[in-house]
Design a binder for this molecule. Structure first.
Ligand SMILES: Nc1ncnc2c1ncn2[C@@H]1O[C@H](COP(=O)(O)OP(=O)(O)O)[C@@H](O)[C@H]1O
Ligand SMILES: [Mg+2]
Length: 320
């Protein structure tokens, strides 16, 4: 009998890890003309879709490694310390000597948020920076912020091939496309993606149609399409199965990174072998819980907290 090889990681995240400066208040719209406005809160927190997901998955108990590029500067050290402090393996985080670490300023009000991003090292990741043998050491590979990873995108068909050959599954979160083109090779990559994780707006832009159900149908060359719908919850579709879960409504402080914490929860459910609906519910709970504090990582749920929320929701539904 062949005994299963013990793998080092449940999840390898390839993507963006950079600080977010989150400015929060009821009115965070800048006023030009050299006017000064005051905001309620300013915090430098771990950001980048990949960084937030990696921290969220580690908090849920997964063994996580991050592959990213940071600069040789204060923000780069901040990123590595935050990841390490949350138990994420950073041995494959590359330090670029001459490019500054990317940074995002998040203007966050209870209703909405706007982001200003300086790309810096964010787009500098290449397939060649993924250490040899890493695909053989993990159960799953996730790519974050596809549209910011201009350098990595052409290498993804080969990387996902390697992952599948090594027995790992794959997922990808496109996030927003700042170029407005909404392809960049993504449609051709879909058949190699086991779990595709856009939000509703992104799904409709990619499919070039304003009806969400039809958009999901058009994206179904991925094995599974999982769409986040903000306060309305989430939808998942795969061959012969489509499920929808409603949003979980708690006090919302800041929705930055909710989609990334959702991804962490969904992937944790998937890797635990949960049925599709249960994985979706776990993602939904992790997304909702992440909104309880400012920034993407400070409010992230432990597995016990997320499961407790699911029990509370089930009890509320069963109540007469
Ligand atoms: N206002 C909210 N209330 C409750 N849950 C939310 C809220 N915003 C986001 N979530 C949760 O986080 C998930 C992801 O949020 P969403 O805004 O759709 O993704 P993204 O951050 O990628 O744009 C949602 O599916 C939901 O589970
Ligand atoms: Mg998102």
């Amino acid at each position: 009998m062949v005994s299963p090889v013990a793998l080092d990681f449940d999840l390898v995240v390839l993507g963006d890890a950079n600080p977010d400066l989150v400015l929060r208040g009821d009115d965070v719209t800048p006023a030009f003309g050299q006017a000064e406005k005051l905001v309620d809160e300013a915090r430098l927190v771990m950001g980048g879709s990949g960084g937030i997901l990696a921290c969220g998955a580690a908090r849920l108990g997964l063994r996580v490694a991050m592959v990213a590029v940071v600069g040789d500067d204060l923000f780069g050290r901040f990123v590595r310390e935050e990841l390490e402090g949350r138990g994420v393996d950073t041995s494959a985080v590359v330090v670029a000597p001459f490019t500054p670490t990317g940074v995002t300023v998040v203007l966050s009000s209870p209703q909405d948020r706007a982001m200003l991003t300086m790309n810096g090292t964010i787009g500098d990741l290449r397939g060649s920076m993924v250490p040899d043998g890493l695909m053989e050491r993990t159960r799953h590979v996730h790519v974050s912020s596809f549209f910011l990873q201009r350098g990595l995108a052409p290498d993804l068909p080969d990387l996902f091939d390697d992952a599948h050959r090594a027995g790992a599954s794959t997922s990808l979160d496109p996030n927003w496309d700042p170029s407005g083109e909404w392809d960049g090779g993504l449609m051709a990559l879909l058949p190699q993606i086991d779990i595709f994780l856009p939000n509703g707006m992104e799904a409709m832009r990619l499919a070039r149609i304003s009806d969400l159900d039809q958009a999901i149908a058009r994206l179904r060359s991925a094995q599974m399409v999982v769409v986040k719908a903000g306060p309305e919850g989430a939808i998942a579709a795969r061959a012969g199965e489509a499920v929808r879960v409603p949003g979980i409504h708690r006090h919302v402080v800041d929705t930055t990174g909710a989609g990334d914490s959702f991804d962490a929860g969904f992937l944790a459910g998937f890797l635990a072998g949960y049925p599709l609906e249960r994985s979706l519910m776990l993602g939904n709970a992790c997304g909702a819980l992440s909104t309880r504090t400012a920034g993407g990582t400070t409010g992230q749920a432990t597995m016990d907290e997320a499961l407790a929320v699911l029990d509370e929701e089930a009890a509320a539904e069963a109540a007469p």
